[in-house]
Design a protein around this ligand. Structure first.
Ligand SMILES: [Zn+2]
Ligand SMILES: [Zn+2]
Length: 144
């Protein structure tokens, strides 16, 4: 298979995306944690044109001046992120992908915002928000 597939908890929102994905990483930023009610969120990403909605259209919630978070209007499941900080991309919560993840996680990002009660037991790089690789996400007015 050269696609990934996934859905929300209730199955109303179903999606598929052409592979390859662009990345897979664990995000510890405040915004992901609170939006998903989770210690961190593992994201993959694709170009917007690689993603197809197969069921109900997801809702899009403007979570900051630059960014929107998408999910299922029935079960409330958070599934997607898009931002002018990553133009042309849609990021997909990897936990909602039932098959087709085509890579291993590469890093923990925004590690400086990690909750104190989580102990990381892998050897992946731990990248703070000040790292040049994350600079395109910095300067978001809601994060200052
Ligand atoms: Zn749902
Ligand atoms: Zn995040």
């Amino acid at each position: 298979m050269n696609v990934l597939r996934g859905s929300c908890l209730c199955g109303a929102v179903r999606f598929e995306a052409d592979l390859p994905t662009l990345f897979l990483c664990h995000c510890h930023c405040h915004w992901c944690r609170v939006a998903h009610g989770a210690a961190f969120v593992t994201w993959t990403g694709v170009k917007a044109e690689q993603l197809r909605q197969l069921g109900a259209e997801p809702f899009w919630y403007r979570s900051s001046v630059r960014s929107e978070r998408g999910g299922c209007g029935v079960c409330g499941c958070r599934l997607f992120y898009r931002s002018t900080s990553s133009p042309g991309e849609v990021h997909i919560a990897a936990a909602s992908v039932t098959h087709g993840i085509d890579r291993k996680p590469s890093a923990h990002i925004f590690i400086d915002e990690k909750v104190s009660w989580l102990e990381i037991g892998d050897l992946l790089p731990q990248i703070p928000g000040s790292d040049p690789r994350l600079r395109r996400y910095a300067g978001d007015p809601t994060k200052e």
